[in-house]
Design a protein around this ligand. Structure first.
Ligand code: MN
Length: 285
């Protein structure tokens, strides 16, 4: 199942180049009172919603995907957890380029741990990334994004995939400089998620997916998730050893070599095997 959020917060089931509007299913989520859930209620209920989504899709209006505005498939993640330098070839690249490492000694992910990006930085692929501090280098990072489906606390890697709701393409946009990672990477619009959530039954083997990003048609990053230093299961074990992952939390698994600058006017085209492609414009803020 491929599920998107589109236009004015509508829920869509993606079939080929069409989207079926199954927004009526969201009525099942019910009213909320304070405190609002500290997780994404749609993702939390996804297993129960799936039969209703398939039923609603039978009679739902279909629209061309090309005619809708795609939002982040997760509306309200509590956390965006991200892996720094998690491909060997990118580790070598970072150590090699002063512009990327800024004379901060680069340690391996097992030592430095993971980091958090503000959920406030999250957008969908139809919205442009709006660059700030354009006098400095702003880079693209394409990453496989894993969306957590149920509360995951101290999960072992053997059980990790039972906690996954689905997968998407993630862009971890990055302002280069000496500040803390979380500060530089949490700028409004600096996390892109899309084009939809692909459920585990349709992803094939998530540990063997090709990923790529081009800027204005020029190839920049090419990799396969088989080359991750910490695997998807390792990352879920690592993150959940520190905090409970909630339904809708997004895990950005890290980026391979080939990170490079973008400027206003650029168009980024990112693809991940068995997920799809997003085209994201770059603007100045
Ligand atoms: Mn990254």
């Amino acid at each position: 199942m491929k599920l998107c959020r589109f236009d004015d917060n509508r829920l869509g089931l993606v079939e080929g180049d069409q989207v079926r509007d199954v927004t009526s299913v969201l009525d099942r989520l019910g009213p909320f009172r304070l405190p609002l859930p500290a997780y994404d209620p749609m993702i939390a209920a996804l297993d129960e919603l799936k039969p209703a989504i398939l039923e609603a899709a039978k009679t739902a209006q279909a629209k061309p995907l090309a005619s809708v505005r795609l939002l982040s498939p997760v509306a309200n993640p509590q956390k965006i957890v991200a892996a720094p330098v998690n491909y060997r070839d990118h580790l070598a690249e970072v150590k090699d380029q002063a512009e990327i490492h800024n004379n901060i000694r680069i340690k391996e992910i097992q030592t430095v741990g993971l980091f958090l990006k503000s959920p406030g930085s999250l957008i969908g692929p139809s919205e442009p990334v709006r660059l700030r501090h354009t006098d400095r280098r702003n880079d693209h990072e394409v990453e496989l994004a894993v969306i957590i489906g149920k509360p995951a606390n101290k999960v072992s890697k053997a059980d990790a995939f039972a906690y996954v709701a689905g997968y998407a393409i993630g862009l971890d946009m990055t302002l280069r400089g000496p500040e803390e990672r979380s500060f530089r990477k949490s700028i409004d619009t600096y996390t892109v998620l899309g084009p939809w959530l692909v459920t585990p039954d349709e992803i094939g083997d998530p540990t063997r997916l090709d990923l790529a990003i081009d800027v204005n048609g020029e190839p920049r990053q090419r990799a396969n998730t088989a080359d991750l230093i910490l695997s998807i299961a390792d990352l879920i074990e690592f993150a959940s050893a520190y905090y409970t992952l909630q339904p809708g939390d997004v895990l950005l698994t890290g980026t391979p070599a080939g990170v490079g600058p973008v400027v206003a006017g650029d168009v980024m085209t990112a693809s991940i095997q068995n997920i799809g492609t997003i085209q994201v414009r770059v603007d100045a803020a």
